[in-house]
Design a protein around this ligand. Structure first.
Ligand SMILES: [Zn+2]
Length: 175
């Protein structure tokens, strides 16, 4: 069995799409420049791609899990147009003290906790040395570090250009 799959974990809001606040409708989603292109390119290069996103809007009662899943399906259909595919979207709907009681949970998946990342690493048998995360918040990077993978902060600009710069520090991924 090939067990050298390289993987990128993306935070969603602020990395793939602009973080305009509790995004949950396709019509309101604005892509970060270069995001769709990068997903296409990395898919063609054979990377496994994941999204790990906190969606406390569910716990706050702003939208439902079904909305989150539908949005992720729509995002993946768009990625296909660029030759890309997110292998799996993982989201945390929880929030301690939340108004929606079913989601008032002190879970292990809400970043900066590493639960979502650890679960995906295990499920897809990914070598931690061959995985990295790109997030727009220190809590994303913290979650990556707690999961034992590298985390990098993307704050603005073009995601594909960011990747090109990052690549120069990632020689071991391309051995
Ligand atoms: Zn959670």
């Amino acid at each position: 069995m090939e067990n050298a799959k390289r993987a990128v974990f993306f935070d969603r809001d602020g990395v793939l799409n602009e973080d305009t606040g509790y995004v949950h409708r396709w019509e309101e989603l604005q892509w970060v420049p270069g995001a769709r292109e990068l997903v296409g390119r990395l898919t063609r290069e054979g990377w496994l791609l994941f999204v790990v996103t906190n969606q406390s809007g569910v716990a706050r009662g702003y939208y439902a899990e079904q909305d989150v899943r539908q949005l992720h399906e729509a995002m993946n259909q768009e990625f296909v147009r660029y030759g890309g595919r997110i292998t799996e979207f993982s989201y945390c709907p929880h929030l301690p003290g939340a108004p929606v009681k079913a989601y008032d949970v002190n879970c292990s998946c809400r970043k900066p906790k590493p639960g979502m990342i650890l679960q995906l690493l295990e499920k897809y048998s990914i070598n931690k040395k061959k995985a990295l995360l790109i997030g727009d918040s220190p809590r994303d990077v913290k979650a990556a570090e707690r999961a034992g993978i590298r985390g990098y902060l993307f704050t603005s600009g073009n995601l594909e250009s960011f990747w090109d710069t990052l690549c120069k520090r990632l020689d071991d991924f391309y051995e």
